[in-house]
Design a protein around this ligand. Structure first.
Ligand code: HEM
Length: 371
């Protein structure tokens, strides 16, 4: 069925959403004045538990205040200064992988690494007892069996929403208490809840997919290992995030009417800018479904819209951290326990709440030569 570049979808727990997949409207939407296109409000329609006081779920002054609190810890300088520590965390987790040939779900293992990096590097927690409590409670809060394609219903979703809210409150209570102990203030802890979520799953998915590609191509893995900040590694990361973007879309709620690719959209509309569609648009990328890292080394590299981290004023604030993780965690795993995927082809992507994950969490095995 041909839907065109702009169409409406209706999701179970979210209101009707206009999908805008026209390449020419991507920058215009993402870089719109944040007052006329609310990212926080739009995200809360799919993640109803994100606090309106958080960087992720807030808009206007509330967003700016929450962002100012975290900007120093997430700056390139602060993050780069902790790279050795990140590598040490990843090495310890890689060393703990099963040595008896048992298949593992790599994504689950990598989530443990990103949780610990968040607690130690971003929150700066030093007390080992509190580190263990925070990592455990964040994991508990976010653990969900399987890949439910929709998020929990929340406020505004009737009886199911009221029940969902109760369930989530119960689940998040230990993490909220631990975060309150870490930062000494319940309001600040509430701001950090969605940051803990954003710092776990998207980078864990990105790391997992990059390890998947490198587990299939030893030459590429060696090139990555030799220079994790070099051009070849960067091209692998870019191409992986093009084909397998952890966040399937950037969202904005229009607070003023706007023309998008020739359509007049009224105020109040939720707009989704889907990286999954635009990154595979043959108008922008040759052989769009093929994995060709070399396209990013060409002169000039592709000029098509490419936005795994979103864009504009609401672009991902964890991008430096994500790149530092890709440059430290991946080499640590490659050195210690290079996981080899079990499936002959990359697992299909499936929707898990608001992100896209490998269908089986990337089933892999650590080969004998690494033991
Ligand atoms: C490869 C890893 C990551 C990917 C692909 C990713 C992707 C994204 C995307 C697509 C957005 C929406 C941007 C927009 O609406 O324009 C976003 C926002 C955000 N991300 Fe990430 N992210 C990653 C890692 C992280 C990490 C490690 C953190 C936390 C330290 C983080 C925290 C956030 C926050 C707080 C926002 C909201 C920013 C705002 O609205 O001002 N992300 N991310």
């Amino acid at each position: 069925m041909e839907l065109g570049d702009v169409f409406t979808i209706r999701l179970l727990t979210a209101r009707p959403t206009v999908v805008a997949a026209a390449p020419e409207s991507v920058a215009e939407l993402l870089e719109a004045d944040p007052a006329s296109a609310h990212a926080g409000e739009a995200r809360r329609s799919v993640l109803p538990f994100a606090s309106p006081r958080s960087i992720f779920g807030g808009d206007g002054a509330a967003h700016d205040e929450a962002q100012a609190h975290m900007a120093p810890a997430l700056s390139a300088a602060a993050v780069d200064a902790r790279r050795e520590e990140m590598e040490a965390i990843a090495t310890r987790h890689a060393e703990a992988l099963p040595r008896d040939g048992t298949p593992i779900r790599l994504l689950e293992r990598v989530r443990e690494v990103t949780d610990e990096i968040f607690v130690r590097v971003v929150l700066g927690v030093r007390d080992e007892r509190l580190v263990a409590r925070l990592v455990g409670s964040i994991r508990h809060m976010l653990r969900t069996p399987g890949n439910p394609p929709v998020t929990l219903p929340g406020p505004g979703d009737g009886l199911a929403g009221a029940l969902g809210q109760k369930l989530f409150e119960r689940r998040q209570a230990p993490a909220l208490a631990a975060l309150t102990e870490a930062v000494g203030d319940e309001g600040r802890a509430e701001e950090l809840m969605s940051l803990a979520m954003a710092a776990q799953e998207p980078p864990a998915i990105a790391l997992t997919w990059v390890l998947d590609r490198l587990g299939r191509d030893s030459e590429l893995a060696e090139a990555y290992l030799t220079m994790p900040d070099g051009e070849a590694a960067d091209a692998v990361v870019k191409e992986t995030l093009r084909l397998q973007p952890p966040a399937s879309a950037a969202l904005r709620k229009l607070t003023a009417p706007r023309q998008v690719a020739g359509f007049d959209l009224p105020a109040g509309v939720d707009v989704m800018v889907p990286s999954t569609l635009v990154h595979r648009d043959p108008r922008g990328f040759e052989d769009p479904d093929g994995f060709h890292p070399e396209r990013w080394c060409a002169t000039p590299p592709p000029h098509a819209p490419y936005f795994p981290f979103g864009g504009g004023a609401r672009r991902c604030v964890g991008e430096h951290l994500a790149h530092a993780e890709l440059a430290t965690v991946v080499p640590a795993f490659l050195r210690v326990a290079r996981p080899v995927p079990l499936a002959p082809e990359p697992e299909p992507m499936v929707q898990r709440a608001t992100v896209l994950v490998p269908k089986h969490g990337l089933l892999a095995r650590v080969p004998l030569r690494n033991r």
